[in-house]
Design a protein around this ligand. Structure first.
Ligand SMILES: [Zn+2]
Length: 236
């Protein structure tokens, strides 16, 4: 956690909390057949709860998941607090933003972590989710995962058009929205355009963020081509 916070501060600037960032973990007991992590980030505080027998003993996979999870929650000191999302339909900016921040942070801090596996997983999960409904209505439909995966996909496009500098894109979004404190999908699309996205890339991003996508695999492949996102490594 301290390493992740240092990494993010280096990349995104001082989050401007008065309080020292604090992480609070509660253990909800070894519920059988469960390995659950949940968390929320409040002002200067990340609250995590851990539950299930799957998490009662140390194992490598769980250690990785835990590291990932902490990195995601810690990113909310910036994405979600420096600037928050405007409406529920815009939650993908913060959840996808925190997911990609966690991918970049853990890749830096954990030599065993393979970023491309996570990137590929986000694209696959986003394609599957787009087949069931729009990103803008995901939470209203009870799909709470979609804003993470499709948000991460859109953020990867932004990173790519911004010459591979993901946190530079985030800083420019903050700079534009810091005053009112909220980022909407429209604000994000403006930042995407400023970062150098082509008109077609902006059109595709808007369609992914707000529209009904009839052929998710083809649309995401076109988005990858238009933004220059390259998927490497073996398929997960
Ligand atoms: Zn989150």
């Amino acid at each position: 956690m301290p390493a992740a916070l240092e990494y993010y501060t280096d990349k995104m600037g001082d989050p401007g909390n008065d309080e020292r960032p604090t992480i609070m973990v509660t253990w909800d007991g070894p519920t059988p057949d469960m390995a659950g992590l949940s968390g929320s980030a409040l002002d200067g505080l990340v609250a995590m709860s851990i539950e299930g027998e799957g998490l009662a003993y140390h194992n490598d996979e769980m250690a990785h998941r835990m590291r990932w999870f902490i990195a995601h929650e810690a990113a909310h000191f910036w994405l979600g607090q420096v600037v928050q999302y405007d409406k529920e339909a815009d939650a993908w900016i913060m959840e996808g933003g925190a997911d990609l921040a966690a991918i970049r942070a853990v890749a830096e801090l954990d030599p065993e972590f393979v970023a491309s596996t996570e990137e590929r997983r986000e694209w696959q999960e986003c394609a599957d989710a787009l087949g069931k409904g729009t990103l803008a209505t995901a939470r209203a439909r009870g799909d709470f995962q979609m804003p993470y995966s499709c948000g991460a996909v859109l953020m990867m496009g932004a990173e790519s058009v911004n010459d591979g500098d993901y946190f530079g894109f985030v800083r420019s979004l903050f700079a534009a929205e810091r005053k009112d404190g909220f980022a909407s999908t429209r604000d994000w699309l403006d930042a995407f355009r400023r970062a150098g996205a082509s008109r077609q890339a902006v059109r595709l991003a808007r369609h992914i963020a707000t529209g009904r996508v009839d052929n998710p695999a083809a649309t995401l492949a076109e988005f990858a081509r238009e933004t220059g996102v390259v998927m490497t490594g073996p398929a997960a």
